[in-house]
Ligand binder design. Structure first.
Ligand SMILES: [Zn+2]
Length: 234
């Protein structure tokens, strides 16, 4: 019995170590960094939605500002709110997958991760919203996750700017300060329209209400991740 437990423990630890290493490699080789060296293009990307409390407000703001963004959504929320998914697509935004319900790949057993992709893709395909992009929760990846992305023809997309807008103590002023200091030239910005504590997405929307007009005045243009990757292919 002890031997079985030791083998199981060693396997568990080994899987997590390999997952950790895969994540480090994925982050270090993030191809977006090279693409974001010059220019004035911004990709606004939103994770962890859709949430009927926040996503419609965000869509209103994007429509008012006449810009398109990218939504890395949780497939479980698409099943709950298909009308929101339809609205995102109708309004010209790009859809990406951010897992079924935000489980960390490194902590998932292989079968669970396999089913995560399978169920997610089934839900989205049934809703005629087959995504071409994938962002792993927390940016944590495993070898199986990378393989599943290939299997489902999903391109991994991380970010070049992230400002912690999900945090309880985030504020509109603080987010604007961080965005101003971190965005210099072309950037893929990771923000959130779901989850978060203390109604965090409302602060994200509040910050964007100030930052989008500011960026426009500074000469920035906005693209979806699909437009951006098509234009900047090596
Ligand atoms: Zn997330």
């Amino acid at each position: 019995m002890l031997k079985v437990l030791l083998i199981a423990g060693a396997l568990w630890l080994g899987m997590r170590l390999v997952g950790g290493l895969t994540t480090v490699v994925l982050r270090c080789t993030n191809p977006l960094r090279k693409r974001c060296r010059s220019g004035k293009t911004l990709c606004l990307t939103f994770d962890d939605g859709m949430d009927p409390r926040y996503t419609p407000k965000l869509l209103d703001l994007l429509a008012e500002q006449e810009i398109h963004a990218s939504f890395f959504l949780l497939a479980s929320t698409a099943a709950q709110h298909p009308e929101l998914l339809r609205r995102i697509q109708k309004e010209g935004h790009t859809i990406g997958l951010h897992s079924l319900n935000h489980q960390n790949q490194i902590l998932q057993l292989p079968h669970s991760l396999w089913m995560d992709f399978r169920k997610s893709m089934q839900i989205l395909t049934d809703l005629e919203a087959k995504p071409a992009y994938y962002r792993p929760p927390w940016g944590h990846a495993t070898l199986l996750g990378l393989w599943l992305c290939r299997r489902y023809r999903l391109k991994q997309v991380l970010w070049t700017v992230i400002v912690g807008d999900w945090a309880k103590d985030a504020s509109v002023d603080g987010l604007c300060r961080k965005l101003r200091s971190q965005v210099h030239g072309t950037a893929v910005i990771c923000l959130h329209d779901g989850r978060g504590t203390g109604e965090a997405p409302l602060k994200t929307i509040g910050a964007l209400e100030r930052m989008i007009p500011y960026w426009k005045e500074e000469g920035y243009v906005f693209e979806t991740i699909s437009e951006f990757l098509e234009e900047h292919t090596d």
